[in-house]
Design a binder for this molecule. Structure first.
Ligand code: CA
Length: 205
């Protein structure tokens, strides 16, 4: 059957009403389907970002490195501000969970504290840094003060860290602030400022 397009509907002389209605009904669901598909795809992208960021936030809650090398450490930190213990290790082999990935690396650190203290992380390979250096400075020119490991994320200050090592050891961080960020993220808040848009990954891989 030959149909003629009249600008707003299809027409056929033998069944002008039926054919016009029939084709219009076919066109309408198609448009609705395309609109619905676009909405679903858009929703999937947003939901993908949401799930990726919630997973990333959850992975931030715990950091751990298993250490092997020359060194001994016994130390507890309750927040980044309060330190008790001391230790040192040099070019130790490490494996664990850091910066949202399972990896192996080498690292050195000198750490000490008696209420006030300092953790000096050095020469960490492959992952950039485990937690970085932070603590109280008294020897610098000027009034001294507290050096933050993550100045752009104040929630890092709420980290609780325990390290125990005698040639073999474990260094565990429970990031209370990142847990708060994870809970806030469920409601789409991002106090840690670490949520990302997967579209940016395409633009800036
Ligand atoms: Ca976040």
């Amino acid at each position: 059957m030959t149909l003629e397009w009249l600008g707003s509907s299809w027409y056929h002389p033998k069944c002008p009403h039926v054919c016009s209605w029939h084709v219009e009904m076919k066109r309408t669901p198609l448009i609705l389907s395309l609109t619905l598909l676009a909405a679903i795809l858009s929703g999937c992208a947003s939901r993908g970002n949401y799930l990726i960021n919630r997973g990333g936030d959850l992975a931030d809650v715990v950091q751990v490195q298993f250490l092997a090398g020359k060194g001994a450490v016994a130390k507890l930190e309750v927040t980044r501000l309060l330190h008790l213990g001391l230790g040192h290790y040099s070019d130790a082999g490490a494996a664990g969970l850091a910066n949202r990935e399972l990896a192996t690396w080498r690292t050195s650190a000198c750490t000490w504290g008696l209420l006030f203290g300092y953790h000096d992380e050095r020469d960490t390979t492959r992952i950039g840094q485990f937690s970085g250096s932070y603590g109280w400075l008294f020897h610098e020119p000027g009034p001294g003060g507290f050096e933050e490991a993550a100045p752009l994320n104040q929630l890092d200050l709420l980290t609780v860290r325990g390290t125990l090592m005698l040639f073999l050891g474990i260094d565990l961080e429970l990031k209370v602030g990142e847990f708060l960020d994870f809970v806030a993220g469920i409601f789409q808040f991002d106090p840690a400022g670490d949520d990302v848009d997967s579209a940016d990954w395409v633009k800036h891989p």
